[in-house]
Design a protein around this ligand. Structure first.
Ligand SMILES: Cc1ncc(COP(=O)(O)O)c(C=O)c1O
Length: 468
């Protein structure tokens, strides 16, 4: 596994020319993804190839993932439940996928990989197994999936830091005040789903451990863009989703230390989690639960979802993850430099221009409602981006300078088309993105700002849509 994501990005940033030369190499071509040839109609007439620039929400499936799933599909069978050949084959595939994910994340030998539905599910699982009186520390800048699961615990929300160093200082200050003997957990994102900025995970992990706390890494946005090494970052758990890692079949991962998971009641009670169940003389039932990952995987497992994650892990590794990082960094530069040429565009950033970041960039355009702008990008250029508060309401509102207490509506425009919005626009891309998509996007932003939209739009159901 490669060194820290932060180091990787910084190295890529300082060798821009070398990267540009390297990206002419066919090994740096985008990975084939499904949907790359899909044509969509333009409201102004004709069709264009769809430019999927909303990877941060859900990335397209890798062609290899799709092919692997299709090749397995005829052999599909029940997992952990059947005596038949296909059941045994499917069980092997499921358990081997666990090993692949363990390797992909460079986990410690004793770490467990638990398959879940998503990052949200993984973090809720961890919240459900916290030891009694556990204190939780989480920055207000987190995605709601890492901000909200701790409501039943003794949670401390930390103010938004404006530099990576400030993040570490803020955490250290908060941990210094805590009861040093009780259990504590820090939850932090690896890369922001709003700014794309990479957080100082290793330093935060060191601070957490120095104060006797544990740390979980929300790698929903980091894992698809960077190698993640549990050992190197020294995090206790890591969570990510298949659908953001080019494997959109409904599975996710929580990997890390086994003890809190083993000591807690199963997340879901049912078959698969239970080893032995017997009626008691008093009429009730006694249950002996598994102590392995199965304890929290009750019910029939989603073998296709899990296998697709393993397939994506292998595809990224085989492509040379460092090559993918270099290529993506070239796209990040292209977009940021293009947007910097448009004075009306303000890119949202917590840590400033020099911060290492992944291919996730949010911005607002002066004089434009973000929903209107996103609708025009779609209808007139065939470009799919996202607008709204990106399920990180406090962070976006802090970045926009509005009241972080105000929850707002995810995706709802707060003004009529043409007026300024309190929402933002997000463009995001990754291993399957051709250069043409980001070039079209930058050109479209420039044209829309210079000439305005070519079509009329109206608000319908809280969103801007072409007025046809
Ligand atoms: C940083 C981050 N964490 C967690 C999540 C939740 O992921 P999921 O919706 O797959 O559970 C997201 C989704 O956008 C995210 O960006």
């Amino acid at each position: 596994m490669s060194a820290s994501p932060v180091a990787t990005v910084t190295a890529a940033a300082v060798s821009a020319d070398a990267c540009a030369a390297e990206c002419a190499d066919p090994c740096c071509a985008p990975l084939p993804v499904l949907g790359r040839d899909v044509a969509v109609p333009l409201v102004t007439g004709g069709e264009v190839t769809y430019a999927a620039l909303d990877y941060a929400a859900s990335a397209p499936a890798l062609q290899r993932v799709w092919d692997d799933v299709a090749a397995y599909a005829p052999y599909y069978g029940s997992v952990h439940r059947g005596a038949g050949y296909l059941s045994q084959l499917s069980t092997d595939l499921f358990e081997n996928s666990r090993v692949t994910v363990h390797e992909f994340l460079d986990c410690r030998d004793s770490d467990q990989v638990v398959f879940t539905r998503s990052t949200t599910d993984s973090l809720n699982l961890l919240a459900a197994v916290l030891p009694a009186d556990c204190q939780v520390f989480v920055f207000e800048t987190e995605h709601h999936a890492s901000l909200l699961p701790w409501q039943d615990a003794n949670v401390t929300y930390l103010n938004a830091p404006r530099t990576p160093a400030q993040a570490v200082e803020t955490l250290e200050r908060a941990l210094a005040d805590r009861d040093p003997y009780g259990p504590a957990l820090v939850c932090v994102t690896g890369a922001s789903n709003v700014t794309g900025e990479i957080w100082p995970v290793r330093e935060l992990a060191a601070a957490a451990h120095a104060h006797g706390a544990r740390i979980v890494l929300d790698a929903a946005q980091l894992a698809p863009h960077h190698p993640v090494s549990v050992r190197d970052l020294d995090v206790d758990w890591v969570a990510f989703s298949g659908h953001k890692l080019y494997a959109p079949f409904g599975s996710g991962v929580l990997a890390g230390r086994a003890d809190w998971l083993q000591d807690a009641e199963p997340y879901l009670a049912g078959g698969g989690a239970s080893k032995k169940v017997a009626r008691r003389a008093d009429g009730g039932v006694d249950v002996e639960w598994h102590t392995t990952a199965a304890r929290h995987e009750a019910g029939s497992p989603n073998v296709i979802g899990v296998y697709s994650i393993a397939s994506a892990c292998k595809a990224l590794t085989d492509a040379g993850f460092d090559n993918l990082v270099r290529r993506e960094q070239a796209l990040v530069r292209k977009v940021r430099e293009g947007l910097a040429e448009v004075p009306a565009v303000k890119v949202l950033s917590l840590f400033g221009d020099d911060a290492p970041r992944v291919g996730v960039i949010s911005f607002v355009v002066e004089g434009w409602n973000s929903s209107h702008f996103a609708a025009a990008l779609s209808a007139e250029y065939g470009i799919g981006v996202r607008d709204g508060l990106f399920c990180a309401h406090p962070l976006v509102r802090t970045l926009l300078g509005s009241d972080p207490q105000d929850p707002g509506e995810c995706g709802a425009p707060e003004a009529e088309p043409g007026e300024r919005s309190l929402n933002a626009i997000r463009v995001s891309f990754g291993a399957g993105t051709p250069d043409e998509h980001v070039e079209r996007f930058v050109g479209a932003v420039k044209e829309l700002v210079a000439n305005g939209a070519q079509w009329n739009y109206r608000t319908e159901g809280g969103r801007c849509v072409p007025a046809v």
